[in-house]
Design a protein around this ligand. Sequence first.
Ligand code: DP6
Length: 347
Amino acid sequence: MSSISYKSAWKSPSNIALVKYWGKKGMQLPANPSISFTLDNALSDTSVEAIASESQSGISVELYFESQRNEAFEVKIKGFLEKALSAFPWLNNHHLLINSTNTFPHSSGIASSASAFSALALCLCSIDEQMKGISDPAFFEKASHWARIGSGSACRSVYGGFNLWGQTTALNGSSDEYAVNIDDIIHPVFKTFKDTILIIEKGKKAVSSTAGHALLNAHPFADIRYASGFKNTELLLEVLESGDLDKFIQIVESEALMLHALMMTSPTPFILMKPHTLSVIEKIWDFRNQTGLHLLFTLDAGANVHLLNPESENDRVQEFVKNELVGYCQNGLYLCNAVGNGPIKTH
Ligand code: DP6
């Protein structure tokens, strides 16, 4: 007799932060609010099968990444599932079979924890609904909450468009526990934004994001940073509503460089930018001065550069990338993304 099983599959995207989450408190809560947009072309495609197993005691998980059993990921996911037991008690008597692939090139240096944990949390919430036989009106909030427990930035990936995570008086309904979608205040120009990710360096980062967050605990500038994060969230919300591209550029680039300045000034300093990262930034500033176009950059916790621009300027920007920037990319690799519509349920 075959055992009872439940299955769910989601394709869920990565996101790029405009105001950064860097520093945390309590149970994976952010020290300041952050704002991001969801990407359309950097996805994790994850399926989860929960197979009833009465004899089981404790979490049991088997994980295949890009079709290969991955024991290192199993350990990480098991740690996450232990925390999720309070919401999904059936994890104690169901064996989980997880299959996951990424649409972006393996080890391109693109943060995959946001897409991976958002996809996994969505699958768990869907299976939970199947088991209970009811649909949860707070489904996406719940998925965002559990994605956050897996990896903070993942909570901003369960919706499309623009999202805010972290409590701020500047937005009703905002929460430290989960992200909220803010598309209803977004000026149309931002909804067309492109994100061309220049792969300056592939592979694993020298310092993980989790270790980077921890360095903020004893950082001399931590409080100033958190205050700036709150202020920039407030300012960016106004700009996202008004469509003021010049102010947008100022806030987003300052956030990117502040993130890296924090790394460089932490008690155990480190530098994730590479010489090519700086060369690209200079090129972008020259290009902007010469053309008056609205091309800007942001960085996540790595050497790669995200080029952001409105769609109406994309032909000129792509020409610039091909003629002047591709030489700074490792093996000439860059990935074309735009503001995306968010996760898709495939099973
Ligand atoms: C620089 O979400 O990867 O990308 O919560 O420890 O998993 P953990 O960290 P993570 O940190 C992301 C940091 C960032 C900024 C951001 O996405 O807001």
